[in-house]
Design a binder for this molecule. Structure first.
Ligand SMILES: CC(C)(COP(=O)(O)OP(=O)(O)OC[C@H]1O[C@@H](n2cnc3c(N)ncnc32)[C@H](O)[C@@H]1OP(=O)(O)O)[C@@H](O)C(=O)NCCC(=O)NCCS
Length: 155
């Protein structure tokens, strides 16, 4: 198993993994649960689009876990150099490969990248119903800094 930089050819795999992995914890899925389909797109379309945005914003900061040519997971990052802030928008591991330390390795890889890039701090967020995130992030060294409520309204 290796963790390597993202290649353009990974995009479809990352989109697929994201949609599968976030089923049950995606914000856009909650919104759809409240209001139904919006603007002709479902939550999967919206969630997969985040991967496109991550890759467009900072392709060099997307890292892919691969085993024997198979993509097993990824982590995406953003750098705000002026603020010294590294942010992690997305982290996902395919279900079959979970529980073997891959999520933690991807996280450590991203944190090393932030340090190399001179960032002063890192931030990540998770949904309150995401037990894995709430266990993993503190155990990697993150401390809770606040809670936010997301509201949505149909127009
Ligand atoms: C979060 C995720 C990336 C973790 O990947 P993973 O490869 O299973 O992670 P690891 O094997 O490195 O485990 C990391 C830690 O989280 C813990 N963990 C994993 N799933 C858990 C769960 N459902 N509830 C509580 N703890 C959990 C593991 O026990 C481990 O802790 P430990 O080292 O103290 O035993 C993976 O579960 C996933 O893709 N989830 C769906 C997408 C998601 O929620 N992404 C994060 C969004 S904030």
């Amino acid at each position: 198993m290796l963790i390597r930089p993202f290649h353009t050819g990974d995009l479809e795999a990352l989109r697929r993994i994201t949609v599968e992995a976030f089923d049950g914890t995606a914000m856009d899925q909650n919104v759809e649960g409240q209001f139904g389909l919006l603007a002709g797109h479902d939550w999967r379309w919206r969630k997969a689009r985040q991967v496109d945005e991550d890759v467009a914003a900072n392709p060099a900061g997307v890292f892919v876990a691969e085993d024997e040519g198979k993509v097993l997971g990824y982590i995406s990052t953003r750098l705000d150099r002026e603020a010294g802030k590294g942010r992690i928008p997305n982290l996902a591991v395919v279900e079959a490969a979970r529980g073997r330390g891959l999520g933690r390795r991807l996280m450590e890889h991203a944190l090393d990248y932030f340090r190399r890039e001179g960032m002063a701090f890192a931030m990540i967020e998770t949904m309150t119903n995401n037990a894995a995130g709430q266990h993993l992030y503190p155990s990697c060294g993150f401390v809770e800094a606040g809670r936010q409520i997301h509201y949505a309204m149909k127009l």
